[in-house]
Ligand binder design. Structure first.
Ligand SMILES: Cc1ncc(COP(=O)(O)O)c(C=O)c1O
Length: 382
């Protein structure tokens, strides 16, 4: 038997998904597990979204759409930029994608060639690094070393070491929840432009900031590519639907690559997602619950020895320094799941160098789950 295996398949596993799989195995044996491992809202998609999907299913045929998405959804997304940010964006610059995950593939393929060096922050969302490596890009991981977010100075220093073709950052960030303040974000984008570095801004956690309005990097630079998704604020992870806002030069290349890679994002999800922008009251109620969970964790986690390693400005994560409890957060996560039946994510996913000291806990679950998780952790540590 001959089975060819590429070096690209050798990417690091996404440990949070492995923890989730182990938690599911435990659950299947009847154990009650509280999961704080995966960044996934526990609420269903908004009612209006589900009703639109049900109507579309009843009406029948679900097909391919234009590669860049349906005109209706692209217009709804453009209108969202005007309403939410006061930024005018033509629907022609919107590409609808199969979650933001597909948008990363499309952006990296359209913007960079194998060997190009692209900067990301560490800690950061692991798929950035894993996708880039799989595509043959050179990844410059900028260790934040305790700083809350990536700055213009970080970028300049990394560019001096090795010339960068691009930079990708998220604000609010995963795993830290940190938000880059407007002034620093403007400086970062301006610095990138002055150094000839293309900017990709992952805005998937927008609308999940707990103080102050969202600022889109689109309003701060001409050449910025924005990636966003219906997964988080809109509670639509499994619908696999997201979008990009592109500089005009990238629209046609992204369209060409999308045609061959994905044909289009799923039509059912596109029809339903249009309604997500009208579901604000329902979604703000979900966010109010995250806010309650966040207050609880901010107070209780440090008391349990989970020192907060980042400000928890947005998203739904607590990134904790657990070095008082362990020097191997991977093993710690395994034991916390097996013995306390609470699933958390080891920091290794987000930072290969310093991750062994950290754990990420998601507070996207219910209030009862948070209370129960904290009680279990407390009993376990005693
Ligand atoms: C920062 C960040 N970007 C992108 C994604 C991927 O989201 P999706 O593909 O569901 O849009 C995630 C998921 O956790 C994330 O945390």
């Amino acid at each position: 038997m001959v089975v060819s295996l590429s070096k690209r398949g050798d990417v690091e596993p996404f440990h949070a998904m492995d923890v989730l799989a182990e938690a599911n195995r435990l659950k299947a044996t009847g154990v009650s597990v509280v999961s704080m491992a995966v960044g996934q809202p526990s609420d269903p998609a908004p009612t209006l979204v589900r009703e639109a999907a049900a109507r579309a299913l009843r009406d029948g045929r679900i097909g391919y759409t234009d590669a860049l998405g349906t005109a209706g959804l692209r217009q709804a997304i453009a209108a969202h930029y005007a309403e939410h940010y006061g930024v005018e964006v033509s629907a022609a610059r919107i590409a609808v994608t199969t979650g933001s995950s597909a948008a990363f593939n499309l952006a990296f393929l359209a913007m960079f060639d194998p060997g190009d060096c692209v900067a990301i922050a560490a800690p950061g969302y692991p798929a950035y690094r894993n996708i880039m490596i799989a595509l043959g890009l050179d990844v410059a991981e900028i260790e934040l070393d305790g700083a809350a977010y990536l700055t213009a100075d970080h970028l300049e220093a990394a560019h001096r070491q090795k010339p960068l073709k691009g930079v990708l950052f998220a604000s609010p960030a995963n795993p830290t929840g940190a938000i880059i303040p407007q002034k620093e974000l403007a400086e970062l984008v301006a610095k990138a432009e002055s150094l000839g570095i293309s900017v990709i801004s992952d805005e998937i956690y927008h609308r999940l900031a707990y103080s102050g309005p969202d600022v889109t990097a689109l309003s701060l630079g001409q050449g910025v590519t924005v990636i966003n998704s219906f997964s988080k604020y809109y509670c639509m992870t499994g619908w696999r639907i997201g979008w990009m806002v592109l500089p005009e030069e990238l629209v046609r290349p992204i369209e060409r690559i999308q045609q061959s890679l994905y044909i289009s994002a799923p039509e059912l999800s596109q029809v339903a997602a249009i309604e997500a922008f009208s579901a604000t009251a329902e979604l703000e109620a979900v966010k109010a619950r995250y806010s309650w969970n966040r207050e609880l964790l901010m107070r209780r986690l440090p008391e349990l020895g989970f020192a907060l390693a980042a400000p928890m400005d947005g998203a739904f994560y607590a990134f904790c320094d657990v070095s008082r409890l362990t020097n191997d957060s991977m093993e710690f996560a395994r034991r916390m799941l097996a013995e306390a039946h609470v699933a958390g994510t080891p920091g290794r996913d987000f930072d290969t160098l310093a991750g062994h000291r950290f754990m990420r806990l998601s507070y996207a679950g219910s209030q009862d789950e948070m209370v129960e998780a904290l009680a279990r952790i407390e009993r376990w540590l005693k």
